[in-house]
Every structure is written in structure tokens, then in C-alpha cells.
Design a protein around this ligand. Structure first.
Ligand code: TAP
Length: 454
């Protein structure tokens, strides 16, 4: 394996720059620096850690445009989305800057003394992130982990390391101690695996495919190391005939084609009640055709290219033998372009069950409420989903019946940093974000102080 790898601009297929590929020794050195830095970080007064994270947030805020432009270049994200992502990192840091002073333990009544609990940091936390949302997903791990008194070693995906590297520099610029937040670039099989096997990495946060996540979890089990997994999805957008069909159809392209469908929460199955099926498709077609695909640097663009040539081939493979209803448009020429595609699928079809991770959506009819729930749950995944209905009781029943970690009714929202996020079944283990995330980066210690005089 070469000591460097070349980062490519997915909108042009041109090289951007070469990035070092860390060896096991390089990774071990980063972990050793993190071990040292963590001891002093955890010993700081909570207010000092809070101040340092607020300062990091301010520096990120001041660099939103630079980070956004890097993401446009490296990931092909539309500039509007990339700005949102960079601002989101600052907001996540600000939110968890409130955590150090709120990590209260308990006082538990015990005869003959005083029993109290402490939230102790794990030590060094290893965070492995994918290429689809490089900086936001990283921040969901590093902000609460740092807030709880841990050091972080972060491995970005080889395809998209640029914003993570810049965040590492900005952390130092903000005054975070050397070694506390180490960004280690390189391959998953070397750097990522070393996070799993190294005895000083005491917790792993992995976001990526279900197959690699399963291996990471198995490796962590061998080391008796806790792991959080955020994995794949095949989320359902369930549209009942009593819904506001215009609104449901107008919002459906954004729910699946955002980030070119390379979104674990993509509503890549649209399930429509049979009596509204034809009308819904009529409304969906113009919405898909007006979805703006093009140069990610252009302010009006809603969708950029796919991340790589090989990923485009994999997405294309899903269209073999598929019943394509209609497609949107995409630029031709260099870059890994793929037009948004709507497919009419049957229940057993690969497109109805497997994650595409591209701008392809399968539309399926259902008969009634029970059938909708059964169909929504007919996948190994359980990450996100949406329910469109004007019937409140039905909205409650269906949202309780669908086995997914993150659902929204009459909207497609998935991620708010102050609410919990994560999947059921093959979509993951554990939760990120929300009010409890910092606590998830601690172990509870119980201490009994005897007070009896004798
Ligand atoms: P993966 O191939 O699983 O890669 C994810 C990360 O794991 C990358 O940094 C990768 O490194 C690293 N990795 C690869 N092999 C590894 C190993 N043996 N040990 C440790 N780390 C290893 O996924 P992807 O193709 O990048 O991302 C797409 C998948 O991620 C989709 O299934 C998607 O649904 C899922 N995803 C889920 C979520 C949430 S929040 N649930 C969010 C985003 C994406 P390199 O590739 O750099 O070598």
C-alpha cells in the first residue's frame, strides 16, 4: 500500500491533493499522544473544558465558508448544504460545551454512609467516519466525547479527509491541547482496525456500512470495548391517501435525493396507499424533474455528483432490469453524475430491500395501515422514516409500529443535534446526539463513603 493517496474532486474527476496514509506505528503514536493529553484534559475544572469547546465552536464559526468550500471540492456537496454542515459542527460544539458542568452523578441512599456516582471518561475514544457527511458525523462523536473528558482519535474516510484535517488544525488554533484531538488519515483496514485493537482506545464510534460495522463490533467484543454503530438504511416514506398529497410529493425528492441519495436516512422507498398511488406519481414526476442537479459550487444547485466512479457503477448496477418510471436530469461530462431516478418496484425486488446509497427511489403501493407497517418493516434496516397522514391517531399508531430509530410525521426531518439519533436492527447500536450523548462517553463509578463513627 502506497504511503499516500490522492483525493479526487467528484464533480470533475480531477485530483485535488495527496494525503498521507498512516501506518500502524503512526496510528499508535497518535494514540499515545492522545493518552497523555487526555489525563490533563480530564483533570481540568469542568468550566475550563466548557470554555475550550466554546472557543473551538467560535473558531469553526469563523471558518464556515472555508470548511464549506473544502466540502464542495472534496465531496461535491452543494454549497448551500456544505455551509449548513459547517455551521452544524459549530452548533454541535456549542451544545456539548454545556455538558461538562452538567455531568452530574447521583447520591443514593445507603445505610451507614454516603453513596455517590461519578461519570468517568473512558480515556481515548476512536471515531471512524464515512465519506457521505464527513464533518457533521465526525462532530457528533468528537464534541460530546471531548466534553465528557476524553481525548479523540478521528479517522476520516480516505475519499474525504479534507474537512476533518482542517478541523484538527482549527482545534489547535482554538487552544485545545496538542494530542487531544488527533486526525489520523489512512485506510480503514489499517487505521480503523488499529482503533479497534489498540488497548488504549477504550471506546469506538463507527459510522459506515453494516458489513464493516459488524466486523468492527466483533473486534470490539474481543477487546471488551464498547462500540456505537451508525450503519445503513432503507427508510420508508409512507404516504396515506388522507395526506396532503401535494406537500408529500413536493418534499419527496429532497427526502431521498439530498446529497445524491448518499444519506443513511434517505427515504429510498416511497410507500403509497393504493387509492392515491396514481395521483401521487403524477405529482411526483414534475417535482423530480425540477430537482436541480449540477455544479456544487453554484448557489442554486440541490444535488451534486456521486462520490466516486466505482460508487457510480455500484448505483448503476441497481437499475439492471428495473422498471424506471421517470428520471430527472444530470450534467454530462467528467464527474460522477447520476440523474435522480424513480423506479416502480415489487416487494421482493432488490431495489425494494437493499440500500442503494444513490439517487434512486423505489415506489410501492400498499393496501391499508397494517400493510403499510408490515411493508415498512420488511427490511433488515431500521434507521429513519416519514409518515404522511392527516389522521392523528394513525400517525401515532404507525410511528409506534415502524421499527426505526428516527421518524417524522408530515415532514422529513432526521437530525437535530439536541434530539437523539440512531438506528434499530441492522441500522445500528446505541444513539448519538441529544441531551444524553456526553454521558454515553463515560463509565459510571459508584463510591461508598462509610460515615459510621466506630
Ligand atoms: P464503509 O466502507 O463501512 O466505511 C466507513 C468507514 O470505515 C471509513 O472511514 C472506512 O475507511 C472505514 N473502514 C473500512 N474498513 C474498515 C475496517 N475493516 N475496520 C475499521 N474501519 C474500516 O462505509 P462507506 O462506504 O464509507 O459509507 C457508506 C455506508 O455508511 C452506507 O451503508 C451508509 O448507510 C452508512 N452510513 C450510515 C450513517 C448513519 S449515521 N447511520 C451515516 C452515514 C453513512 P476507508 O474507506 O477510508 O478505508
Amino acid at each position: 500500500m502506497s504511503a499516500v493517496f490522492t483525493v479526487i474532486n467528484p464533480a470533475t474527476a480531477l485530483p485535488i491533493r495527496e494525503i498521507p496514509r498512516a501506518s500502524v506505528d503512526d496510528t499508535d503514536a497518535a494514540i499515545s499522544r492522545a493518552v497523555v493529553a487526555q489525563r490533563s484534559w480530564a483533570a481540568l475544572p469542568p468550566v475550563a473544558r466548557a470554555d475550550a469547546l466554546r472557543s473551538f465552536a467560535r473558531v469553526v464559526e469563523a471558518h464556515v465558508e472555508e470548511l464549506a468550500q473544502l466540502e464542495v471540492l472534496n465531496s461535491g456537496h452543494p454549497i448551500g448544504s456544505a455551509r449548513w454542515e459547517a455551521s452544524h459542527v459549530a452548533q454541535v460544539l456549542n451544545f456539548y460545551a454545556g455538558a461538562p458542568e452538567r455531568l452530574s452523578g447521583q447520591q443514593i441512599p445507603v445505610a451507614g454512609g454516603l453513596d455517590v456516582t461519578f461519570h468517568e471518561p473512558y480515556g481515548v475514544v476512536g471515531i471512524i467516519v464515512p465519506w457521505n457527511f464527513p464533518m457533521t458525523i465526525a462532530s457528533w462523536g468528537f464534541a460530546p466525547a471531548l466534553a465528557a473528558g476524553n481525548a479523540v482519535v478521528l479517522k476520516p474516510a480516505e475519499l474525504t479527509p479534507l474537512t476533518a484535517l482542517r478541523l484538527g488544525e482549527l482545534a489547535l488554533h482554538a487552544g485545545l491541547p496538542e494530542g487531544l484531538f488527533e486526525v489520523v488519515t489512512g485506510s480503514g483496514s489499517v487505521v480503523g482496525q488499529r482503533f479497534v485493537s489498540h488497548p488504549d482506545v477504550r471506546k469506538v464510534v463507527f459510522t459506515g456500512s453494516t458489513s464493516v460495522g459488524t466486523d468492527v463490533a466483533a473486534g470490539c467484543a474481543r477487546e471488551l470495548k464498547p462500540v456505537t454503530l451508525e450503519l445503513g438504511g432503507k427508510s420508508a416514506n409512507i404516504v396515506f391517501a388522507d395526506a396532503d398529497l401535494e406537500k408529500a410529493a413536493a418534499s419527496a425528492p429532497g427526502a431521498v435525493f439530498d446529497n445524491a441519495g448518499q444519506d443513511c436516512c434517505a427515504r429510498s422507498r416511497i410507500l403509497v396507499e393504493r387509492s392515491a398511488y396514481d395521483r401521487f406519481l403524477e405529482l411526483l414526476e414534475p417535482a423530480v424533474q425540477s430537482w436541480r442537479v449540477g455544479d456544487p459550487a453554484d448557489e442554486g444547485t440541490e444535488m451534486g455528483p456521486l462520490i466516486s466512479a466505482s460508487h457510480r457503477s455500484s448505483v448503476e448496477g441497481f437499475l439492471d432490469g428495473a422498471n424506471v418510471a421517470f428520471r430527472g436530469s444530470a450534467p454530462s461530462g467528467d464527474g460522477f453524475w447520476f440523474a435522480p431516478t424513480v423506479v416502480l418496484a415489487d416487494r421482493g425486488d432488490r431495489l425494494a430491500r437493499e440500500e442503494v446509497f444513490g439517487p434512486v427511489v423505489a415506489v410501492l403501493p400498499f393496501d391499508d395501515e397494517a400493510d403499510a407497517i408490515q411493508l415498512a418493516n420488511d427490511t433488515i434496516y431500521g434507521l429513519a422514516g416519514s409518515i404522511w397522514t392527516e389522521n392523528l391517531g394513525r400517525a401515532v399508531r404507525v410511528s409506534r409500529g415502524v421499527k426505526s430509530g428516527v421518524l417524522s410525521v408530515n415532514s422529513h426531518s432526521s437530525v437535530r443535534y439536541w434530539t437523539p439519533f440512531g438506528g434499530m436492527k441492522a441500522s445500528g447500536l446505541g444513539r448519538e446526539l441529544g441531551p444524553d450523548a456526553a454521558e454515553h462517553f463515560t463509565e459510571t463509578k459508584n463510591v461508598f463513603f462509610a460515615t459510621d463513627a466506630s
